[in-house]
Design a protein around this ligand. Structure first.
Ligand code: SAM
Ligand code: TMP
Ligand code: ZN
Length: 411
């Protein structure tokens, strides 16, 4: 007898979640290993589904948070000049608007190495970051930024409210989608947010995932894949309202959602615009999501055919950017060091380690030039402009980039 499929319930509304894509057995996406490590590696089943009630797209299995976010969490947000500029702009916008009041206070969840709060701190504005990964939290503290090494949740947020009063802004970038316990988050926001305050978060947008077949946005840390519709439903479920949306180009396409307490603000025309666009494209329909699943299989097959051909021809193929995203690509497609010799990355915490699951060596960017490879598979495709500008010489010497977003091509 085959096993009965486990009934999966939505982490927002408790509705039934229909699985539409199975990406197989996957390791922790940021668990870069010492090459000599013999410790067993943690694996889980990476599959994604859609809630039939609120349309929220989510993983069908979640990984315990302490396995992902801890002292050695290797992702440093400040590693990209484009992202540093992006977050400086975000901070300045808050300073000019919501924080232009007497004694303003802003709280960020997932402040990482302080990439956004640095600008707030320089402006002398009262702030607090929540960052459970202590290594990156220390990097923020070293710049004078106030950070608590803790998960933002109901209890920790309520404590801050009691000690420091209400916040005009609660902000999270690339963090809300990492959190499979939204009820506790919204209770925390409810406790801490000023009556007319805003809860703002920006995360990868389901519309961009589907349009670009960027299935590598699906990994352990990305528990939710938000859309305008699903975020509006989530906000209303917890007594809030979606009052503004902004499409962002960063990280391959994101949306910044602005939430306020129900009835506190008038939603902008952009909200209705995004929802109408999603209705017209059928973004949240299961048929659309299943078609996306078919495109993923096509990308996998095309990429494997290309890499096998290049290897058979004797070309040196390496990768660029040991992204968390690339764990999904390498483990789903079956790409190990026999196809991609090594991956170059600027993050010291990842260098001289091996990638999760497929164990491709990670080397510093200096290795990219010594010698230049024939082909470079761009795992950090979301930083393409920045990386290609930095590595202009590679192309000048006849090297070629390989991308698999939105489809497999040699650039
Ligand atoms: N905001 C930064 C950015 O956009 O580059 C960092 C994003 S990083 C992908 C996600 C961060 O969220 C990690 O540093 C992780 O430790 C943190 N995190 C995870 N769960 C959290 C929670 N409940 N409260 C606060 N931070 C959390
Ligand atoms: P991300 O796509 O999750 O932001 O990760 C990007 C990875 O790529 C991160 O490990 C840092 C690395 N990287 C480089 O090696 N060189 C670069 O110029 C940039 C922008 C990123
Ligand atoms: Zn739901």
């Amino acid at each position: 007898m085959p096993n009965e499929p486990v009934a999966v319930t939505c982490k927002v509304c408790g509705g039934h979640v229909h699985e539409f894509l199975d990406l197989g057995r996957q390791p922790l996406s940021d668990a870069f290993r010492e090459p000599e490590s013999v410790a067993p590696e943690f694996f889980f089943r990476l599959a994604v589904g859609r809630c039939e009630s609120c349309t929220m797209v989510q993983l069908t299995e979640s990984v315990p948070r302490e396995k992902m976010f801890h002292e050695d969490y290797p992702y440093h947000s400040s590693g990209s000049a484009v992202m540093r500029a992006h977050f400086a702009t975000v901070a300045r916008r808050f300073l000019d608007t919501e924080l232009a009041v007497a004694d303003p206070f802003i709280v960020e969840m997932g402040c990482n190495d302080g990439v956004m709060l640095a600008t707030i701190n320089q402006a002398g504005v009262r702030h607090l970051g929540f960052e459970p990964s202590n290594g990156v939290a220390e990097a923020a503290r070293a710049q004078g930024i106030r950070v608590r090494t803790a998960f933002f949740e109901e209890e920790t947020a309520a404590r801050v409210r009691a000690q420091e009063g209400p916040a005009q802004v609660i902000y999270a970038a690339n963090t809300m989608c990492h959190i499979p316990y939204p009820e506790s988050i919204f209770r925390g926001v409810d406790a801490l947010l000023a009556p007319d305050g805003v809860f703002v978060f920006e995360d990868p947008y389901l519309g961009d995932l589907v349009a670009k077949t960027s299935f590598d946005q699906i990994y352990d840390e990305h528990f939710f894949l938000f859309s305008g519709h699903s975020v509006r439903a989530m906000a209303e479920h917890y007594g809030f309202q979606l009052v503004d949306v902004d499409r962002l180009a960063v990280h391959g396409g994101e949306v910044r959602y602005t939430l306020a307490r129900a009835g506190a603000r008038v939603p902008s025309a952009a909200v209705a615009g995004l929802l109408a666009e999603e209705d017209a494209s059928g973004l949240s329909d299961l048929t659309t999501l299943r078609r996306f699943g078919d495109s993923v299989l096509r990308v996998r097959d095309d990429l494997m055919a290309l890499l096998r051909r290049l290897r058979a021809e004797g070309s040196l193929v390496v990768a660029y950017g040991a992204t968390a995203k690339s764990a999904t690509v390498t483990n789903f497609c079956g790409i190990g060091p026999e196809l991609v010799s090594y991956v170059c990355d600027s993050t010291p915490a990842k260098q001289h380690r091996i990638t999760p699951g497929k164990h491709i060596p990670v080397r510093p960017p200096t290795a990219f030039r010594d010698p230049y490879p024939d082909y470079a598979l761009l795992f950090a495709w979301n930083h393409a402009d920045e990386i290609m500008a930095k590595e202009e010489e590679f192309r000048r010497r006849g090297g070629q980039w390989i991308s698999y977003v939105p489809d497999v091509r040699v650039l």
